[in-house]
Ligand binder design. Structure first.
Ligand SMILES: NC(=O)c1ccc[n+]([C@@H]2O[C@H](COP(=O)([O-])OP(=O)(O)OC[C@H]3O[C@@H](n4cnc5c(N)ncnc54)[C@H](O)[C@@H]3O)[C@@H](O)[C@H]2O)c1
Length: 333
């Protein structure tokens, strides 16, 4: 069913995230979800039927057939560039899942394509919508934490996550861009130098690190420790072990995902559903799309724009380079 008001949108890539984005676009009154595409025919058909929109296996064919104003792109991490270039060439605004790309070359090409096409580009860094991260950012920017001295951020997942990605990206890129962007946003200063070490044992066969640990130096003199792992045992009770600590001259702030703030016992099973993304309303993703609509309407700046997303990727790559070369790496502007 196509609504007759709102921004006409299509979703490209219907995996774990794209299926959620499609559902959200379908629910939002300000969006007309017109079509969906995924190279997997069964998946595309199923979601098309569920949402009562036309399903395609070739997104180019979809864009030839349907009239849309914008696309949500949630294809596999290393394939972001092509659908972004094709969409931008057609003048379509783009909401792109993070990371902007897996290589700096692709990230720059995406920025260039958006500029050439004169289209708006926003990248889905979900922590910008997390009320806890927002509150810490607000306290920091209001001076309530004083002069920030040091911080610690970690996002540790189970090996199931690393195996699911099949070596397509490093944890520092797949997950790390979230924390790099959040730290930069909260501390209000760019990262100027990194020094990192990696270890690979359980995912060695995939050619990726199990963990990368980095020290970060910020332009305002603060330092941070950043830890990105997907080596937790598959049986770990929480899906994600993420933390944030920010220490300033006047205060401190903490976030800890480990304590089970939400659990269900249903059908004889104890589960801790992912409250960020796994609930039917998945409100962070809904808020992202709401913000994208405001951005496209010219009512708000992007959260996160292409340049900021590229900067997060640049820092992630610098940590990997540092770990590979066993030396600190300076981050240029
Ligand atoms: N914001 C978050 O918290 C968050 C969480 C997980 C993943 N992600 C990001 O979302 C994106 C998708 O990740 P995922 O976990 O949903 O992956 P996934 O593997 O579950 O889904 C990707 C889908 O893209 C499809 N695809 C690949 N190339 C395509 C093409 N050319 N045309 C159409 N479909 C194509 C695949 O068939 C697959 O169904 C990635 O960029 C990932 O980093 C974000």
């Amino acid at each position: 069913m196509v609504k007759d008001a709102g921004l006409r949108m299509a979703v490209i890539g219907l995996g774990v995230m794209g299926a959620r984005h499609a559902q959200i676009c379908h629910n939002l009154t300000r969006v007309d979800l017109v079509a969906v595409a995924d190279i997997k025919p069964g998946l595309s058909q199923r979601i098309g039927q569920e949402l009562d929109v036309t399903a395609y296996t070739d997104y180019r064919e979809m864009l030839d057939d349907v009239d849309v104003d914008a696309v949500t792109i949630a294809v596999t991490d290393q394939f972001h560039r092509e659908p972004c270039e094709v969409s931008a060439e057609r003048g379509l605004h783009i909401f792109l899942e993070k990371p902007i790309a897996t290589t700096m070359e692709d990230a720059r090409a995406i920025l260039d394509a958006a500029e050439r096409g004169g289209v708006k580009l926003m990248v889905g860094h979900t922590l910008r919508y997390d009320p806890r991260y927002k509150a810490i950012r607000q306290a920091a920017r209001a001076g309530q934490l004083g002069d920030i001295i040091h911080a610690y951020a970690r996002r540790n997942a189970t090996v199931r996550s690393g195996r699911r990605l099949e070596g397509r990206a490093e944890a520092m890129v797949f997950q790390g861009v979230h924390d790099i962007d959040a730290l930069t946003w909260i501390l209000g200063a760019p990262i100027t130098r990194v020094y990192a070490e990696s270890a690979s044992k359980v995912l060695r066969d995939l050619g990726v690190a199990d963990v990368t640990v980095a020290t970060l130096r910020f332009a305002n003199g603060a330092v941070a420790l950043l830890e990105q792992s997907w080596a937790l045992p598959a049986e770990a009770p929480t899906l994600l072990d993420a933390q944030l600590e920010v220490v300033g001259s006047k205060g401190a702030a903490y976030i800890d995902f480990r304590a089970p703030s939400f659990a269900l016992i249903t059908d004889g099973q104890y589960t801790q559903p992912d409250a960020i993304l796994g609930l039917p309303e998945a409100y962070y993703l809904r808020d992202e799309h709401e913000h994208f609509l405001d951005y496209v309407a010219g009512e708000a700046p992007p959260k996160v724009g292409g340049e900021e997303a590229l900067q997060a990727l640049k820092v992630a790559h610098a940590t990997l380079q540092s770990a590979a070369e066993a030396r600190p790496v300076e981050i240029g502007t």
